[in-house]
Ligand binder design. Structure first.
Ligand SMILES: *Cc1c(COP(=O)(O)O)cnc(C)c1O
Ligand code: SF4
Length: 447
């Protein structure tokens, strides 16, 4: 081993950052009035935010407000669109319903009832997230907090990681954040996770996700991760941690009280022989632009962990090729590996953010053309649908018929992976379930 622990300790502590520990200050719906920056906005816009945040979760921290949002560009600023409630996120009918309830001076309980009723009509768990893919223990009981959809990868939702440093306005996981226990996908037991992995040797990848697992204390994260270094888990080669903390709270890796402990944990996993990948959720180059964000990236990279980036293509936020080429170029410069461009999924506020598939592919293609080979590692645009992850490879004409060329990047059935298939071109389609097979065929091969 050429990397002694002491040597790397200096290395991973070497990032110079001229700021001390900061207090994590967060605003939710109740505190909308306390955000100074909002006071410059028209009253009508502020009321709209009140209405939408009465239904959908809202949470934003001081760092996002002060350093990521350009208040001179609000409401068009992409990070403002990403974190603050927007009228279009609710349908006219739902919006009016909640607006009337608020104007009528209804009490808390009444407002909650209206909110619950609207939420029940939205779609919090797309693509069978809750019912399917939850494995069972030897007694046949479902192991909540685990999902095993693709042979080699297990998803784990630690119960302490079911929140985020800020919430994304488009997020499909909102049901986890509004306190509806029946919808929460979580487990408190590391033991169950470890038991399951021990007896499933086909699994090579563990993907820890949330919410955001990086809201956990380093000690909690350690309790999940360190046991995996035991020889019982030698089949687990890769540990991925899905997070948006590099964007929303880079302090987590640099100045927080247990930042060093986290960095050391990652480094420890790496030198013990695991591939550790931070699956960083990014939507806009602005998120890479602050000195603390850059410091966080540098520190994580110094541990030997990889950072791979993924994020959805969203109207109002990043629906143009320039946004993506800027994002990928800056990521490559900072040593981040672009991994996925996602298509916004079939959830509650999708109509506000969705982009037609053919447009998504155009944006992807043009962005690809403008970056070097190192920036072309992102696959997409990709739909995480019931049968698997389906990539739009392009639009072409075959024997006079205009078609989408599609393929599975990842599939419930491993046989389907990389198999190309075709769908009729559709100008409006935004999701797989709106597509029809090309060439007059009755169904897709996976149906
Ligand atoms: C994307 C995804 C994974 C990881 O798939 P990879 O192709 O290995 O990146 C695992 N589980 C689910 C449910 C996913 O959507
Ligand atoms: S950070 Fe991830 S889980 Fe959290 S709100 Fe954003 S998209 Fe959803």
């Amino acid at each position: 081993m050429f990397m002694s622990s002491t040597l790397s300790r200096t290395q991973i502590h070497a990032v110079d950052i001229d700021r001390g520990p900061e207090r994590f200050k967060v605003y939710t719906q109740r505190d909308l009035g306390a955000i100074d920056e909002l006071r410059q906005l028209p009253e009508s816009l502020r009321f709209e935010m009140q209405v939408v945040s009465s239904v959908l979760p809202f949470r934003v921290n001081d760092y996002v407000i002060r350093e990521l949002i350009d208040w001179g560009r609000v409401p068009d600023d992409p990070i403002f669109q990403l974190t603050f409630p927007q009228r279009g996120m609710l349908s006219e009918a739902h919006f009016n319903r909640m607006a009337m309830a608020l104007r009528s001076g209804m009490d808390k309980q009444g407002l909650r009832a209206v909110a619950d009723e609207i939420r029940a009509q939205l779609n919090p768990h797309p693509a069978g997230q809750l019912e399917l893919n939850v494995p069972r223990d030897e007694n046949g009981d479902p192991i909540t907090g685990l999902q095993h959809k693709y042979r080699e990868t297990v998803l784990f939702f630690p119960s302490q990681g079911q929140t985020c440093h800020s919430y994304c306005s488009f997020c499909f996981r909102w049901a986890q954040f509004v306190g509806d226990k029946s919808l929460r996908m979580a487990t408190t037991e590391a033991e169950k996770l470890h038991d399951y992995l021990k007896s499933h040797h086909e699994v090579t990848d563990l993907l820890i996700t949330g919410g955001d697992p990086m809201v956990m204390k380093s000690k909690q994260l350690k309790a999940y991760l360190e046991p995996l270094l035991h020889p019982d888990f030698s089949h687990i080669r890769t540990i991925r941690i899905g997070t948006k903390a590099l964007s929303f709270w880079p302090q987590r890796f640099v100045t927080d009280a247990d930042a060093d402990e986290l960095i050391e944990l990652l480094h420890h996993m790496v030198i013990a022989g695991k591939h550790v990948a931070i699956m960083a959720h990014y939507n806009h180059a602005k998120e890479l632009d602050t000195s603390i964000a850059k410091a966080a990236i540098a520190r994580v990279r110094a541990t030997g962990a990889e950072i791979r980036s993924q994020g959805p293509l969203l109207a109002h936020i990043n629906d143009n090729p320039e946004a993506w080429s800027a994002l990928w170029q800056e990521q490559v410069k900072l040593g981040i590996i672009p991994y996925y461009m996602f298509v916004e999924r079939d959830t509650g506020s999708r109509h506000h953010f969705e982009v037609p598939l053919h447009k998504a592919w155009e944006i992807y293609r043009q962005a690809m053309q403008s970056v070097s080979g190192l920036g072309r590692t992102a696959r997409g645009p990709s739909m995480s649908a019931m049968p698997g992850k389906v990539e739009v490879q392009g639009v072409t004409e075959i024997h006079g018929e205009k078609v989408f060329v599609l393929r599975f990047i990842q599939a419930r059935n491993p046989e389907w992976v990389q198999r190309p298939f075709f769908a009729q071109f559709d100008e409006q389609a935004t999701w797989l379930d709106q597509l029809k097979p090309a060439f007059g065929e009755k169904r897709f091969f996976f149906e």
